[in-house]
Write a new protein. Structure first.
Length: 303
């Protein structure tokens, strides 16, 4: 049977053989930059924007990334072309990019320290788990604010998409004790709302879509898409500091991310919001028109 392929350090290999050594800096230091892009109709959506963010994240994290965007595009499209052919009808792919500083020799009794060897670069795909997202469109998202706070921006720039995410693990574990179906919505050290582990967060007040300032959150490609959809629909879009009080008093709230595009929030800390709200519905319908596919129906059809 054909097997999905992955790319690892210059080679296409069976995905089952794509693995990193235990002394890679991605494990030893948690020094891992990543990005994730998805397909619609088995074609990658806004791959150029994802590659641009991936390269900027690598630069900010001081992780060498010598492969050009042209070559990354070629590799990504080759993987999707191969691996999409193995999907069941109605499935789509996520493409993941991973970069680390590479192996640290002395952790394996070998010569070399951090950054002395070549960096690690990997790309792989997986079928998007639509069944996991169905609840978002049947019931709405539930968010809970935990005691865990976002990592300060002067420690790690939140615009770097990376996998040093122990704080997210702790936040989710805390939240799941009170609501196993909820996601954690983190505040920063000053009490301002930031994002969830998987999505950018927005609210709607008086017909205006409000986002936390971009220097405090991940530079979401999907967030950029929402901004563009708002412009096309003449819906005002603003960045401003948001408190939890602002969110609990919002007309609507929504999440946006690569995997499930855009979903409405039904509850924050037990407080019910309008769901699905009219602005959320308008933006969702606009997104589906842009990609030529009703993504909500696609997700809800998955079992």
């Amino acid at each position: 049977m054909p097997a999905p392929l992955a790319y690892l350090n210059g080679r296409l290999v069976p995905q089952s053989e794509a693995y990193l050594p235990l002394h890679d800096a991605g494990f030893v230091f948690g020094a891992t930059v990543t990005d994730l892009c998805r397909t619609f109709h088995h074609r990658l959506f806004r791959l150029g924007d994802h590659l641009d963010r991936f390269r900027r994240s690598c630069r900010s994290a001081r992780i060498a990334q010598p492969v050009s965007d042209e070559d990354l595009t070629r590799i990504a499209e080759a993987l999707v072309g191969q691996n999409a052919g193995l999907l069941e009808p109605g499935q789509e792919l996520a493409l993941v990019l991973v970069a680390t500083p590479g192996p640290i020799g002395y952790y394996a009794g070998l010569p070399g320290g951090p950054g002395d060897g070549p960096p690690t670069l990997a790309l792989h795909t997986f079928p998007l788990p639509f069944a996991r997202y169905g609840r978002l469109f049947r019931e709405g998202a539930h968010l809970v604010v935990p005691s865990v706070r976002q990592v300060p921006a002067d420690t790690v720039d939140p615009r770097i998409k990376q996998r040093s995410r122990l704080h997210w693990w702790l936040a989710e574990q805390e939240v799941h004790r009170s609501d196993p179906a909820a996601a954690a919505l983190l505040l920063d050290a000053h009490g301002h709302v930031t994002e969830t582990a998987a999505a950018n967060f927005l609210i709607v007040r008086n017909g205006r879509v409000l986002s936390p300032p971009q220097h405090r959150i991940l530079a979401g490609v999907s967030l950029r898409t929402v901004r563009e959809l708002c412009a096309a629909q003449a819906i005002p879009f603003e960045e401003r500091e948001l408190t939890l009080h602002d969110c609990l008093c919002a007309d609507e709230a929504l999440l946006t991310c690569t995997s499930y595009c855009l979903a409405g929030v039904r509850r924050i800390d037990g407080i019910e919001l309008s769901w699905p709200g009219p602005v959320t519905t308008t933006l969702s319908e606009s997104w589906s028109r842009v990609v030529g596919l009703d993504y909500r129906a696609q997700i809800l059809a998955a079992r």
